[in-house]
Design a protein around this ligand. Structure first.
Ligand code: KG4
Ligand code: ZN
Length: 352
């Protein structure tokens, strides 16, 4: 039997299996991560090797350094995930990998590594969209959550409002017309001289500042549920330049609090509008920026007021990890969506 025939038969037999375990690898940006998840919901092991220290020196992710570090770390994180689960490769039912969007070299290291393993072990291979992975982090944190719901996906590369119609089925309601929310946080942090990645630093500093110290513009966007952060970012930069030219010190905590408040208010307003107008039965958050403290607080308040159930991934599942990829892969596997051994990285892959 060829590899393709064998994995097709295995995938069919998994439909009746009580428990299905997926081992996933994530290498789309600057985290090399491997995890084993059971039935899309229960983490058996979850290993994340962050490359932040390697990139912090340069103020951002350096693609060549990321690819090289992934090559060195892939085998190790997979071994660690298996060891922590007390399993061998033969014990998992399928292998999964993020195939896009992300940095092409970084994605390729993961895709090549997992394809080799899938062929060698004769296991089914599943390709996962990174953004779908972020959405799926909620399935792990909330075993009761089922589609349909509206999800705000906010990360370093994306700011989307999607309606999750069913597992793996999405309708795009809105998106950023310029910067992603995380990217805006990272750029504002750089203006304040905070190290990479700036989002969590701005978030921490903002806790001590006045969110109304600096007036930042509210963006106008073409679509009802679209976002724009570049106007806020420019106004923020101009305010900092003005103070510097006058030789005045930057009131960093107030500036961080004002920027965070402007970004988060916009995120909350549009997401609530989209949820309300599309009659969503629930709202979920996803992506690195969903770790933001003010976003979690303000979204909870808005949802409580509207009587709308809110789902948020627990903190360690907001930023990049492989458990969320394994969860998304489980639902693809259930639909029989296997990837061929010709699978390639797709840096510009879209969710819808
Ligand atoms: O999802 P993620 O780990 O990677 C991408 O898929 O992009 O998101 C990383 C982004 C970075 O821009 C980081 O600054 C931002 O999420 N981030 C935060 C916070 N934690 C991470 N932004 C604001 N507040 C936070 N607490
Ligand atoms: Zn991500």
């Amino acid at each position: 039997m060829t590899y393709t025939e064998s994995v097709r038969t295995q995938a069919e037999s998994l439909q009746n299996r009580e428990h299905v375990r997926v081992l996933a690898l994530e290498t789309s940006c600057d985290e090399t991560a491997a995890a084993i998840v059971e039935d899309g919901r229960v983490i058996v092991s979850n290993v994340v090797f962050s490359q932040i220290d390697l990139h912090a020196l340069y103020g951002g992710v350096v693609p060549e350094i990321a690819s090289r570090a992934h090559v060195e770390a892939c085998d190790r994180v997979i071994d660690e995930a298996l060891k922590a689960a007390g399993m061998r490769l033969g014990d998992v039912d399928a292998l999964a990998v993020t195939c896009g969007p992300g940095l092409v070299g970084a994605l390729l290291t993961g895709v090549s590594c997992i394809k080799g393993l899938a062929y060698a072990a004769g296991k089914p291979l599943v390709a996962v969209n990174h953004i779908e992975g972020h959405v799926s982090a909620n399935y792990i944190s909330h075993p009761d959550l089922k589609p349909p719901f509206v999800c705000l996906v906010v990360s370093g590369g994306h700011s989307h409002i999607v309606r999750v119609e069913d597992y793996g089925e999405y309708t795009l309601l809105g998106q950023t017309v310029d910067d992603a929310a995380g990217e805006a946080f990272d750029k504002a942090a750089r203006v304040l001289g905070l190290p990479y990645p700036g989002g969590p630093r701005i978030d921490a500093l903002a806790e001590e500042g006045n969110p109304h110290a600096l007036a930042l513009p509210h963006p106008h966007t073409p679509g009802r549920y679209d976002y724009s952060f570049s106007g806020m970012k420019t106004a923020f930069l101009n305010a900092a330049n003005k103070l510097e030219m006058k030789g005045e010190p930057l009131p960093k905590a107030d500036m961080a609090a004002s920027f965070r408040h402007a970004v988060v208010s916009s995120l909350v307003d549009k997401a609530m509008l989209a949820a309300h107008e599309t009659h969503a039965p629930a709202l979920a958050l996803a992506g690195g920026v969903s770790a933001n403290r003010l976003l979690r607080r303000m979204m909870q308040e808005a949802c409580d007021k509207a009587g709308l159930p809110l789902y948020m991934p627990r903190l360690e599942l907001c930023t990049d990890n492989a458990a969320m990829i394994a969860s998304a892969a489980y639902y693809r596997l259930r639909r029989g969506e296997l990837a061929p051994l010709t699978l390639n990285a797709e840096p510009g892959l879209r969710l819808v």
